[in-house]
Write a protein that binds this ligand. Structure first.
Ligand SMILES: [Zn+2]
Ligand SMILES: [Zn+2]
Length: 460
């Protein structure tokens, strides 16, 4: 539970029907057949997926018999009703901010060989991807409480209208709020369990996303010594997950009568100006053509040309990294946060590319925020620059503002994190800007204001 997802989601190429596989939350990938770069149009409704797992009925019976044998039970007698259904799960992915204070106990020896103990204190802020799943159906008769570790390896098929066919989908009983609440509770419990030695532990869920995932199972009724039994066989794990006394009346099972699935559209991901494919990047809305340097943001199926904001100077030999620059709205709320966190700038920079280590990302963001007056910006109209893809859209970037401000401080113990989070922070203006860095050993050094950040901190 809880590791970052490597889920593969399989789509179909609009041009040739070939396979397009997206990892995790990616929306851009090349077709495995014709090589066209494609972008998945962001969906408004909740997405639904199927897990691949085409287990034939006779194999399901075999797996159930194997389970009986393992438990030292006699094999099933007469078989009754057998039915394959799809169970709905909510899959929630999100980022979790975590602050903890650890008391560490040390054992040392004094000069005369006596052992003594002392404690020290450590504060740590982290930001991690967490994924969890919960049953969206009613009742525990199926013996499956979560999709488990499968969520990190499985292949999901988008539930399009073509894939609904005559499959039987068990009705969804809980709403999205239920999924969110369970996610938040599970995160809390998980963090607490993982950190039993911590004195203070605070967790906050950021940008959660919910989708529905349907898992195929076989329901097998049989009799043993003339008593009725039923078994549930998980088609993906290929094993019996539950054998119970009694009869499972498949006819009484509440099925979804009006499954709509999700409609997806894939569009060509290429430059309007020169026709070259735009870069593959995980997500986001800003793209730069590697051939002619034109910059675009996506608007549904279309691409809109944008101007590039760049730190002034000749940076043709450097790598240009994207940042969101937010101008904080001057409000009482902002005043309280700025005072509590001793942050005196009206501008906050958030990297628009992935940096895995929160502390390093925050250090970079805050030093840029404080040095903003020293940076002059220009509009760029030439190509020939070495741009790093902007993968984080402004909405997600803005959610990072408070975690970054917090991670930039060494001591959070005296702060009431919950009440800080309840303050509603707003911005007046946002801009995507690009700052030049040169590679120097294991570091990148910022040219504009003499900033460096570790190369190992970057995951691009
Ligand atoms: Zn194709
Ligand atoms: Zn181009």
């Amino acid at each position: 539970m809880g590791q970052s997802s490597k889920t593969t989601i399989a789509h179909v190429c609009t041009f040739c029907g070939g396979p397009v596989e997206l990892e995790g939350n990616e929306i851009i990938a090349p077709c495995g057949n014709c090589g066209s770069m494609l972008r998945l149009i962001p969906r408004s409704a909740m997405e639904s997926f199927l897990i691949e797992g085409d287990l034939p009925r006779r194999e399901a019976i075999f797996f159930l018999e194997r389970e009986q044998k393992k438990r030292g039970l006699p094999l099933m007698g007469r078989k009754g009703e057998i039915e394959k259904v799809y169970l709905p799960f909510y899959r929630v992915t999100g980022k979790v901010y975590n602050f903890r204070k650890k008391i560490i106990e040390h054992i040392a020896a004094s000069e005369d060989g006596q052992e003594y103990r002392y404690t020290s204190e450590e504060q740590e802020s982290t930001l991690k991807d967490r994924e969890m799943s919960f049953p969206a159906f009613d009742g525990g008769a199926f013996g499956i409480e979560s999709l488990g570790v499968r969520t990190s390896v499985m292949r999901l098929l988008p539930l399009t209208s073509g894939r609904i066919g005559d499959r039987k989908f068990v009705a969804i009983k809980h709403d999205l709020n239920y999924a969110l609440q369970r996610y938040e509770k599970a995160i809390e419990g998980y963090e607490r369990f993982a950190l039993q030695d911590t004195a203070i532990n605070y967790s906050k869920v950021l940008c959660p996303r919910i989708s529905a995932v349907y898992l195929p199972v076989w329901i097998i009724n049989f009799s043993l010594d003339s008593k009725p039994y039923y078994g549930i066989v998980d088609c993906v794990a290929k094993r019996a997950v539950c054998v119970e006394e009694g009869m499972f009346a498949c006819r009484d099972l509440e099925l979804e009568t009006d499954v709509k699935g999700t409609e997806y559209k894939m569009v060509a991901h290429r430059c309007d100006h020169c026709g070259f494919d735009l870069p593959r990047q995980r997500s986001g809305e800003m793209f730069i053509c590697g051939n002619c340097g034109h910059m675009y943001c996506s608007e549904g199926e279309k691409y809109k040309a944008l101007q590039i904001n760049l730190a002034r100077g000749d940076h043709k030999h450097n790598r240009l990294f994207p940042f969101w620059m937010f101008r904080l709205r001057n409000s009482d709320q902002a005043g309280i946060i700025k005072k509590a966190l001793v942050f005196d700038s009206d501008t906050i920079f958030i990297p628009a590319f992935e940096i895995s280590n929160l502390k390093r990302a925050a250090r970079l963001a805050l030093s840029l925020s404080r040095a903003v007056d020293e940076i002059d910006f220009d509009r760029l109209d030439e190509s020939d620059y070495n741009f790093v893809a902007a993968c984080i859209d402004s909405e997600r970037a803005w959610k990072m503002a408070l975690p970054y401000l917090l991670a930039g401080k060494d001591n959070l113990e005296h702060l009431d994190l919950d009440s800080l989070w309840r303050l509603y922070l707003e911005y007046d203006d946002k801009q995507l800007i690009w700052l030049p860095f040169i590679e120097e050993g294991y570091f990148y050094r910022g040219l504009t204001v003499g900033l460096g950040f570790e190369k190992t901190a970057l995951v691009i």
